[in-house]
Design a protein around this ligand. Structure first.
Ligand code: UD1
Ligand code: CA
Length: 453
């Protein structure tokens, strides 16, 4: 059966105290509504209708896709009215799943369970048993246990308020049925709203069946109305991601101290210390150790490599057996080949460090190609920028760059070449040459220091 999704996102979100529409507030740096749309895509919805009320322009600029249609709900007259805004688009031969733009943690497997639960002749509801269901709509069942309706908190009598099976709001119905039921809603209730929940009784009155499915945990159906609740969703999301990594074979020193704002894949025997942040797509191979306080963004870390504490790696490749840090910054376009080593306070940008090459301390390596087994002395700087243009530095295999060198690009240092410490190298150095480019040392005997006048 074809599937469409209607995402309710018209609420203003006053309690966020923000100019940003509520559903654009992020979990793991991604708008809440984008998580919901991702889930819709994973259950293979052909079309997703986003019902918005405020901030339509910013919403449309942040959330895009050929499968999305934005539908305005000018006045917030209730959840039934909101879904009805999408009615002109819905067809009789599809199922329609209603999701909430501020409920970002619903698992795809839960939605699949709801979809599987829907009878051909009826609808399916996602419900949850809560210790304290105050505020939620209650699921009303007859003596045989069949669902007959939902009653909202404000409309419920004392007996109904005792029911602890709550409506999550998420439901699935046939498009034709839904349109018919929505067109007959009334706002004659305690809140004067068009309740989506009234379609359940309408379904029952037509003699159709209402089945239920349930999430694995409450957090899957929780929304965020303020920043405290948003932070709660963030932590729950992060713990879920941490658990996925551990199940995949990584050891996390503390699953409560990791932030994943993208996709991370791990091999076996990976160890991740506390306070690391992962962004974009990060691939970590087998036996990798990531030290505390690292930020890894869009990078690949090879087998047996180590990223030591307080390092930042972005848009880069760290080869197998390579090591980085502590306190290193590997910027976009950089690659460490197998067994290469970068130590503390080394910055690399758009540079390659060949197999087994080393830059142990205090360097800037920009636009540089460094051969296998080369050794870059402490304090070496590639002067890659003349104020206008960027130029390349090429360093051959086995070259030895003495400490505190300035390599003024464009410049090439040959294989097995050596440069003396403190040199300013402006001309190419051939293979196996020694280049000394510094003033000659003079020692003046019996020197008397200046005295105060
Ligand atoms: C709704 C359900 C309730 C359920 C609860 C779960 C109804 C009548 N009640 O109650 O049974 O237990 O959710 O959280 O459906 N929205 C619009 N346009 C509107 C009104 C709401 O887009 O005109 C959106 C809101 O932005 C929000 C969602 O629909 O994302 C739910 O609205 P809300 O007012 O929070 O519904 P509840 O009263 O909590
Ligand atoms: Ca609500």
């Amino acid at each position: 059966m074809a599937l469409s999704v209607v995402v309710l996102a018209a609420g203003k979100g006053t309690r966020m105290r923000s100019s940003l529409p509520k559903v654009l507030h992020p979990v793991a740096e991604k708008p809440m509504v984008a998580h919901v749309i991702d889930a819709a895509r994973q259950v293979e919805a052909a079309n997703t209708y986003v019902v918005y009320g405020f901030g339509g322009d910013v919403l449309k600029s942040k959330i895009t896709g050929d499968d999305l249609t934005f539908v305005e709900q000018k006045e917030q007259l209730g959840t039934g009215h909101a879904v009805d805004m999408a009615s002109p688009f819905l067809t009789n031969d599809e199922d329609v799943l209603v999701l909430y733009g501020d409920v970002p943690l619903t698992k795809v497997s839960t939605l699949q369970r709801l979809i599987a639960a829907k009878p051909d002749n009826g609808m399916a509801l996602l419900t949850v048993h809560l210790a304290n269901p105050t505020g939620y709509g209650r699921i009303i069942r007859d003596e045989s246990g069949k669902v007959t309706g939902i009653i909202e908190q404000k409309d419920a009598n004392a007996e109904q308020l005792l029911v602890n099976e709550a409506n999550t709001g998420i439901l699935l119905a046939n498009g034709g049925d839904l349109k018919r039921w929505l067109s007959n809603l009334s706002s004659d209730n305690a809140q004067g709203e068009y309740y989506l929940t009234d379609i359940i009784a309408a379904c029952h009155r037509e003699g159709k069946l209402i089945t239920t499915a349930h999430p694995d945990s409450e957090i899957e159906v929780e929304g965020a109305n303020n920043r405290v609740q948003l932070a709660g969703l963030e932590r729950a999301y992060q713990l879920r991601k941490a658990e996925e990594l551990m199940i995949a074979g990584a050891s996390l020193r503390d699953p409560n101290r990791i932030d994943i704002r993208g996709n991370v894949t791990v091999g076996q025997e990976v160890v991740i210390d506390v306070n690391c942040i992962f962004e974009g797509n990060v691939e970590i191979a087998d036996n990798v150790v990531i030290g505390a306080n690292c930020i890894l963004k869009n990078c690949r870390i090879g087998d047996n490599a180590e990223v030591k504490p307080n390092s930042i790696v972005e848009d880069a490749i760290i080869g197998e057996l390579a090591s980085v840090g502590p306190f290193a910054r590997i910027r976009p376009g950089s690659e460490l080949k197998r067994d290469a080593h970068v130590g503390n306070f080394v910055e690399m940008k758009k540079s390659t460090l060949g197999e087994g090459a080393k830059a142990g301390h205090l360097s800037y390596l920009g636009d540089a190609e460094i051969g296998a087994k080369a050794n870059i002395g402490a304090g070496t700087i590639t002067c890659n920028y003349d104020g206008v243009n960027k130029s390349k530095t090429i360093i051959g295999a086995g070259a030895f760059i003495g400490s505190n060198a300035s390599l003024v690009a464009p410049v090439t240092i040959g294989d097995m070449a050596t440069t003396a410490a403190g040199s300013v190298i402006v001309k190419d150095v051939a293979d196996s040459e020694l280049s000394v480019a510094r003033s000659k040392q003079r020692n003046i005997a019996d020197w008397s220091r200046p005295s105060k006048k």
